[in-house]
Design a protein around this ligand. Structure first.
Ligand SMILES: [Zn+2]
Length: 322
């Protein structure tokens, strides 16, 4: 009965917000990023993460699933840089003082949320709480990955303001799904991040700097490409989906000169970097002592984690840094 109600809410929300910002790296890419980030980790961490790699991989998409049911989840995935300009305060408290919390939640908070999650993961390491380490690692991986997507840094997030509607899914889902098999996912070792806050902003600025190319190449290609060959229809299960044709995708991918692969590789290495940094900042606790059995119970679900968080008093209604 409870499950039925949850499903009803889910579909009601989909119905109410069909054009909401429900985008993110496709599920395939998010899972791949978290999965491969495990292999960047140092000896003191890697065995714990390898043992739990299924969890880390599967739960890479939890934050996107939550977006449909938790209102404050949405702004954690993006930041509209046009709104903030160059002089945006990096500290959450300063940003709140300058823009107000409502405004921040409207225009997105991904860099601040990455920092918040880093602190929460550090705390989980300190307390050696296996369940929470995995939960925050999977979540942090998601937000760090999202910050690497140029279209997560603009109010024109789906090309809807420039006559390019659909480009979001094209860049971050269609292209990796078409060409991801040939990507090189081995990125080298995770490195310690001296300042998680500066790094989060660096990622966002890099992504935003790539935005012009993402939009301009699609536009110039559209202008020269036969319009009846730009899209095609593909069968997905029982539904037929309109997608960018393989020919158009191929040309666009060539123009981008490996940008999607590059952003994805950077995301993998930095996800590993953020996990590693949280562990180091927690004093490099030995992870072998952590009990896993509980984590692998099939009965584990989000309700359990919510209960745990509530008990600890760390569940807040707003997605900001304290
Ligand atoms: Zn997302």
């Amino acid at each position: 009965m409870k499950r039925l109600r949850l499903f009803s809410i889910f579909f009601l929300l989909l119905f109410l917000f069909p054009n909401g910002k429900i985008f993110s790296w496709g599920f395939w890419a998010h899972k791949k990023i978290n999965h491969m980030a495990v292999f960047t980790l140092p000896p003191g961490m890697i065995s714990f993460y390898k043992k739990n790699i299924d969890y880390i991989t599967e739960h890479a998409v939890d934050p996107d699933r939550r977006r449909n049911v938790i209102p404050e989840e949405g702004p954690r995935h993006y930041i509209d840089m046009e709104h903030y300009g160059d002089s945006v305060p990096q500290f959450w408290k300063d940003a709140v003082a300058k823009y107000g919390e409502d405004s921040l939640n409207e225009y997105g908070i991904v860099p601040w949320h990455i920092v918040k999650l880093t602190y929460m993961l550090t705390d989980a390491f300190r307390k050696k709480e296996g369940l929470l380490i995995l939960h925050y690692s999977a979540d942090l991986g998601h937000y760090v990955a999202d910050a690497h997507v140029p279209l997560h840094t603009t109010e024109n997030y789906n090309g809807q303001l420039s006559g390019q509607t659909g480009i979001h899914d094209f860049w971050e889902s269609r292209l990796p799904e078409l060409y991801g098999e040939n990507y090189d996912f081995f990125t080298g070792k995770a490195t310690y991040i001296e300042n998680p806050q500066t790094e989060a902003w660096k990622i966002v600025h890099e992504s935003h700097a790539a935005l012009d190319s993402v939009l301009a190449f699609e536009k110039s290609l559209t202008d020269t490409f036969p319009s009846d060959q730009k899209f095609t229809y593909e069968q997905r299960g029982t539904t037929t989906k309109k997608v960018y044709s393989k020919e158009f995708s191929e040309k666009y991918n060539q123009l981008l000169k490996g940008m999607v692969e590059r952003r994805l590789r950077l995301a993998i290495q930095r996800v590993g970097g953020y996990w590693y940094t949280a562990w180091i900042n927690a004093g490099s606790p030995p992870l072998d002592e952590i009990e896993y059995k509980e984590i692998f119970q099939k009965t584990w679900d989000t309700t359990k984690i919510q209960d745990l968080l509530q008990k600890r008093g760390t569940l807040k209604t707003k997605g900001h840094i304290d």
